[in-house]
Design a protein around this ligand. Structure first.
Ligand SMILES: [Zn+2]
Ligand SMILES: [Zn+2]
Length: 340
């Protein structure tokens, strides 16, 4: 089978490798679609060292953690999902034995494995991906298969909203109209109703929001005004977006940081203290969050097609990475579809 091999320092290559046999408790999934994630692009383009730091001498990293496909083989002891089932793949696998895993906090398990982020757990920029059967979540019947590749990134935003748990009628600001922000906004709207506003500077991204029925405005329409919200989700987490989110939340409100841009950003401490603002981080998601979103895309009635703006085969894959890195490709999501 083919895989996109990352050897560090920006070196990508499509290699032919043997098809792995699933081990006990695992399933092998034939990849239908996998989303190109900005975190992979940033790592490849050396914006940060998150994809290089995991590589030892001679190691190969197969990235790609936003996959959907068809189960084609089961390892020993697997009683589902069945061969032939269409599944969205949750790349975060907890150890399943620690207290956090027992409490449904697999994202905080100290021994978690994230497929596509470590050489020991190859990701889905490949013809197949092999993962624990428990991490293969069946897609509801009738949902376009490629939408399954959106479950992972949307769930990141859904998790941030679940942590904040805004009540019906609360006002929610989502900073950033990328796919994480879209997930946060869709999740917020499900809980609070229509009082959800997305801040997004790029007109083409505001158009995607509008296509999903979300209200989106340029940052200047809110920041620097007296407009206040009960909750803000910063899905960009640059110094200016975080400062804006803190400013836009009223007394007793909450800011959730869903993204990471840099390891450290300034804290507007006088505003935070004076308004008793709660600030919390949100990392990944749990198995329950993932299953919730996989089910939600089948019952929401929302057309997610506008999020998928480009599809490529293996022959165009490295070019797509290069185009994201140099800014000439700005699609909210590009999917690798190996069969193309
Ligand atoms: Zn991602
Ligand atoms: Zn654990």
């Amino acid at each position: 089978m083919r895989q996109l091999s990352y050897r560090g320092g920006g070196a990508l290559a499509v290699d032919e490798v043997p098809v792995p046999a699933p081990g006990p408790g695992e399933v092998r999934v034939r990849v239908h679609s996998v989303g190109l994630c900005t975190s992979d692009v940033y790592g490849y383009a050396q914006v940060n060292d998150r994809r290089d730091v995991v590589l030892g001498a001679g190691d190969v990293l197969v990235m790609g953690h936003e996959a959907v496909g068809t189960v084609e083989a089961q390892g020993g002891g697997v009683d589902g999902p069945a061969v032939g089932a269409i599944v969205a793949v949750n790349p975060i696998a907890g150890c399943r034995t620690c207290a956090r895993c027992g409490a449904g906090l697999e994202n905080l398990c100290e021994r978690r494995t994230v497929y596509g982020c470590t050489p020991a757990a190859p990701g889905a920029y490949a013809d197949t991906i092999t993962v624990p059967a428990a991490n293969a979540h069946p897609l509801p019947a009738g949902v376009p298969v490629e939408w399954g590749a959106l479950v992972e990134p949307l769930t990141v935003g859904f998790h941030g909203v679940r942590l904040a748990d805004p009540p019906p009628g609360a006002s929610v600001l989502v900073v950033g109209g990328g796919i994480i922000g879209l997930g946060a906004a869709l999740a917020a709207r499900r809980r609070v109703g229509e009082q959800v506003l997305v801040l997004e500077p790029r007109p083409e991204r505001r158009a995607v929001c509008a296509a999903l029925g979300l209200q989106a405005v340029p940052p200047g329409d809110v920041l620097g005004t007296r407009h206040r919200f009960d909750l803000a989700l910063d899905c960009v987490a640059r110094p200016e977006t975080f400062a804006g989110a803190v400013e836009a939340v009223g007394a007793g409100g909450e800011v959730v940081l869903v993204g990471i841009w840099a390891d450290e950003i300034p804290l507007p401490v006088s505003l935070v203290v004076g308004r008793e603002t709660r600030i919390r981080g949100s990392y990944g998601y749990s198995q329950a969050d993932f299953a919730d979103v996989a089910a939600w895309i089948g019952e929401s009635g929302i057309d997610l097609a506008p999020i998928i703006e480009r599809r490529v085969g293996f022959d165009e894959l490295i070019g797509a990475f290069e185009a994201y890195a140099d800014g000439s490709l700005t699609a909210v999501r590009t999917l690798l579809q190996p069969a193309r």
